[in-house]
Design a protein around this ligand. Structure first.
Ligand code: TRP
Length: 447
């Protein structure tokens, strides 16, 4: 069977950055920053993204491209002993399950983004009742919009790597950059914006040693680079052989952190602009409003306060969110789909619709038991599964994957890689430091 492949370097970079840049960047990062001391969080996040997340990303890209297969087959094929093969199979299956469950909760939030995007439209046409329904929490709305969002995701993925993932990333990512830039300029020109900018950019170093801040920043970096569950591994398996992996990996990391940084430049100032307009931005305990309320209450209140212009700005903001979410969700769905197509021989279209349906059932169950399940699924997948699977991937790359195979894989894209800095540092780094640092960060969150 012919495997899909990205047709160009830019195609891959846009697709992989599309996966990386998502609700995690535009919602999660600014929210975390607002909650954890602004600039202190930003700094810690940038450090961890390059120190821990980039090496782990490289592990996934290299394993993926070398084996040209899904996570289960990939980890099994680089293992030589039967015990390592079993570990590979379990890790791979764990990754596929985690990716699927992440999509279950992601599709619910992404559905809200679409609903909030349509609200200004309804308002514009005088349909107040519809507008209220769109922004009020209800089971019907949650189910309807997560189904809509999942259908979009399924449509892109069923079209394959070049015609689906690459084509849509190439259309959507540039629109995302333009929208983001336009919104930042607009918000920074409003009264109050500078106060938010200061909160975001002037660090209070005393907060940086806060253990919670470090754990959050690491979790944020792993989630944001889509690590641990085989998303980057499968995207890596579609990169052309002559591509220079350390360079493209670095470009993706830079784009991802860059967009998170820019999203902070938009959201934090926006909070303080909202305050100028009379919106309450501090909670009862005196800390800045964060969590879901930030995006779904403070920002809409800000857009309302801006009159007619607010309709357009609000619409643009939630279009931005929706685009970011689609280019990420397709990368989650690709994980179980590639596995099913490659191991069971199912056709791509059939596999995509069936798995999409399964994810919808799962997200419906979560929606119907929202209070009990939503937080639980988020915690299990992003705080437990992702870091632990990330450790396994580093162990596979550092201890099990034959070093000469890694070197010859990298040489295809850069003949001189052996003399370069990457090859001097990365193999040792991914072998010892990455697993250790991830485990330590993870462990200190508990004690
Ligand atoms: N990185 C994306 C974001 O920031 C989400 C994402 C896409 C993801 N694929 C993933 C997260 C795989 C974890 C695992 O929103």
């Amino acid at each position: 069977m012919q495997r899909g492949q990205f047709s160009s370097r830019l195609g891959f970079i846009l697709a992989a950055s599309g996966s990386a840049v998502g609700l995690g960047n535009i919602w999660g990062f600014p929210t975390n920053a607002a909650e954890n001391g602004g600039a202190a969080f930003l700094l810690m996040y940038i450090i961890l993204a390059f120190l821990l997340a980039y090496p782990a990303l490289m592990a996934e890209l290299i394993i993926g491209r070398h084996t040209r297969s899904n996570m289960v087959t990939a980890l099994q094929s680089i293992a030589s002993s039967s015990r390592a093969k079993t570990a590979g199979k379990l890790t791979g299956l764990g990754g596929i399950l985690a990716a699927t469950f992440i999509l279950c909760f992601y599709s619910i939030i992404a559905g809200w983004m679409i609903a909030f995007m349509l609200e200004p439209v309804a308002h514009f046409f005088g349909m107040e009742a519809l507008g209220n329904w769109l922004t009020e929490f209800s089971l019907a709305r949650n189910l309807g919009f997560s189904a809509l969002f999942l259908s979009l995701t399924v449509l892109v993925i069923s079209a394959g790597v070049e015609q689906g993932i690459e084509k849509w990333s190439q259309r959507l990512m540039p629109s995302l950059f333009v929208l983001l830039a336009a919104l930042i300029v607009y918000v920074l020109l409003q009264d109050g914006a500078m106060q938010g900018l200061k909160h975001y950019l002037v660090p209070d170093f005393s907060q940086m040693a806060d253990p919670q801040l470090i754990v959050r920043a690491l979790g944020q970096a792993f989630f944001s680079l889509s690590l641990g569950v085989g998303t980057m591994l499968i995207y890596g398996s579609y990169i052309r052989s002559d591509e220079n992996l350390p360079v493209v990996g670095a470009l993706v990391t830079l784009t991802d952190t860059g967009v998170a940084f820019l999203a902070g430049m938009l959201v934090l100032p926006a909070i303080f602009v909202a305050q100028e307009l009379g919106v309450t931005i501090y909670g009862g305990d005196g800390s800045l409003i964060a969590g879901p309320d930030l995006i779904f209450q403070v920002l809409p209140a800000l857009f309302d306060g801006m009159g007619t212009a607010g309709l357009a700005v609000g619409f643009a903001f939630f279009v931005l969110m929706t685009i970011a979410a689609v280019t990420s969700s397709i990368s989650m769905l690709e994980v179980p789909v590639a596995y099913t197509v490659e191991t069971a021989g199912t056709s791509r279209i059939k596999a995509t619709w069936l798995i999409g349906l399964g994810v919808f059932v799962c997200s419906a169950v979560v929606s119907m038991n929202f209070d009990a399940l939503f937080g639980l699924v988020v915690t299990l997948t992003t705080e437990w599964a992702q870091p632990l699977l990330g450790v396994m991937l580093c162990i596979f790359a550092g201890w099990i994957f034959n070093r000469n195979s890694i070197l010859s894989e990298l040489k295809q894209g850069d003949a001189g890689v052996e003399q370069g800095l990457f090859w001097k540092v990365w193999p040792i780094y991914v072998k010892f430091f990455c697993p250790l640092l991830i485990v330590l960060t993870f462990a200190q969150g508990f004690f």
